[in-house]
Design a binder for this molecule. Sequence first.
Ligand code: A2R
Length: 318
Amino acid sequence: MKVLVTGVTGFVGSHLVDYLLTMSDVEIFGLKRWRSRTENIEHFEDRIALYECDIRDATSVRNAMEEIKPDRIFHLAAQSYVPTSWDSPSSTLETNIMGELNIFESVRKIGIDPLIQVAGSSEEYGLVHQNELPITEGNPLRPLSPYGVSKVCQDMLAYQYFMNYGIKVIRTRAFNHTGPRRPANFVCSDFARQIVQMERGKKPKVIHTGNLDAIRDFTDVRDMVKAYWLSLERGKPGDVYTICSGTGETIKDILDTLVKLSDVNDIEIKQTSTRLRPTDVPVLVCDCVKFRKLTGWKPEIPFEQTLRDILEFWRARI
Ligand code: A2R
């Protein structure tokens, strides 16, 4: 089976390939740009086939699709960072929406029939009222960032291409996921990196944070990529599945656990306005009963282990 991963050089794409490499009978293909950073894929680069492709460029996407003719596509390429979407809304919308459109159109025009996973996000739900928790697929979509809007559009475009053309799309809406290789602009990695800098004596014992009271639902990325695989194995084309751990953690709990797992103490916490979002949702916790019933999936890696592994990741780099 030919499996194509867009965004293969990214955080999730590289973990997905690690998982795919444990399987037999899977030929792995990845799309990358000529200037993509490759540190996440160096350990498997010689075991997959890489194609240069910018998903905003329809010709480039079509050429890659024509050559590969994949049986399955994990569409992970995106402008994935919420704060950047406020700074660069137009390019976020272009990459995420037009990029996906180019993939669907090339599949349609070439006449191939792959299963396609579209990586949506909890950011699609955006504003969630307390009486609407836990979130399920039926919650209203009220995105609060250009990134969230782009993911709602990806989701709806996927639905439309399934309904109009029978393109076999499975939509996932993943809640927060983290782990080693997550860049330092994401909260767990940000804290872990700052703590390791303190362990190394490279930073005063002051940690800069955003909103510590927010409650988020975290899953280890290595569990998340297994869920993505199962979404194509068992999911119903056209359907949508939220994926989450179902457990809420405050950002403060995450910070406390990281400090507990580290060699530093007496850390001063400073809330920084530049790390706060224009609009933040207090609680984002989900119930993925639909996906669990369908697939039997549940997270296996305890969150404390995830945080330990993130610290180890930064210790190896700082
Ligand atoms: O920016 P690059 O060249 O380093 O590659 C990133 C890729 N990407 C693109 N690939 C082709 N054409 C583009 N115009 C383009 N723009 C971005 O998407 C990188 O390989 C990947 C994104 O990786 P991360 O930022 O690490 O995102 P992550 O956490 O792996 O998220 C995967 C998916 C995304 O759709 C998120 O929105 C969703 O999961 O949560």
